[in-house]
Design a protein around this ligand. Structure first.
Ligand code: HEC
Length: 184
């Protein structure tokens, strides 16, 4: 009697763990793939900035940011994109759901709280949203106050005539990484 009760508890335990593990695994997957993307883009950007300067780095970003995002996504078996409320690249426009998540973070930040990653159940699998906060001076070079008379300002204007991604300060929400995690 005691034995079968024990077995039932183990079975129940594994079922519960089964469902929560799925969510835990999705969280880990979202976190690891978005971190890999941020690191990849950051290190490539830094390398080009140091070697060839900010104007070349703008050209590098406009040519490669999206393809690098696809590359890192593929390596992690997910689909990722970067979106923002104020786009530089019009392709990085958010959906209404994504706007809602970013607005929630903006309200939290207005109260002095940190924005935290969100995991939501999708029709097949999960969607993970990772906040991107301006936490490095280097971001402000191209997303802070940019003088339009400088070569950098000119390069941005030439590639992005409708650029909305300047005027940020340290600690501002720049956007987010959206990770679509498929059901295994
Ligand atoms: C050398 C200039 C430069 C620097 C420095 C830079 N960016 Fe960008 N950023 C760009 C360009 C150009 C784009 C548009 C191309 C793209 O990535 O889609 C962009 C786009 C983005 C986007 C996609 C949303 C959009 O507006 O299109 C995010 C998010 C972003 N940058 C965050 C950052 C963060 C965070 C940093 C600091 C770690 C940073 N950037 C540093 C030039 C720069």
């Amino acid at each position: 009697m005691k034995k079968s009760y024990c077995l039932a508890a183990i079975l129940l335990g594994t079922t519960l763990m089964g469902t929560s593990l799925n969510e835990t695994a999705a969280l880990q997957k979202g976190e690891s793939s978005s971190t890999a993307l941020v690191q990849k883009l950051g290190s490539e950007l830094k390398a080009v900035m140091q070697k060839d300067g900010p104007v070349e780095a703008v050209n590098f970003c406009s040519k490669n940011a999206i393809s690098l995002t696809h590359e890192v996504s593929k390596a992690h078996g997910v689909k990722m994109k970067r979106v923002t409320l104020q786009q530089r690249n019009p392709l990085n426009r958010p959906t209404p759901e994504e706007i809602e998540v970013m607005n929630t973070w903006m309200s939290a930040m207005a109260k002095g709280e940190q924005p935290t990653a969100v995991l939501s159940k999708a029709t097949a699998g999960f969607t993970y949203y990772k906040p991107l906060v301006i936490n490095n001076d280097v971001c402000l070079k191209c997303h802070g106050t940019v003088d339009s008379a400088t070569p950098l300002g000119q390069a941005l204007k030439a590639s992005y005539p409708a650029d909305r991604a300047t005027g940020y300060k340290m600690g501002d929400l720049r956007g987010m990484v959206v990770v679509d995690i498929p059901q295994e």
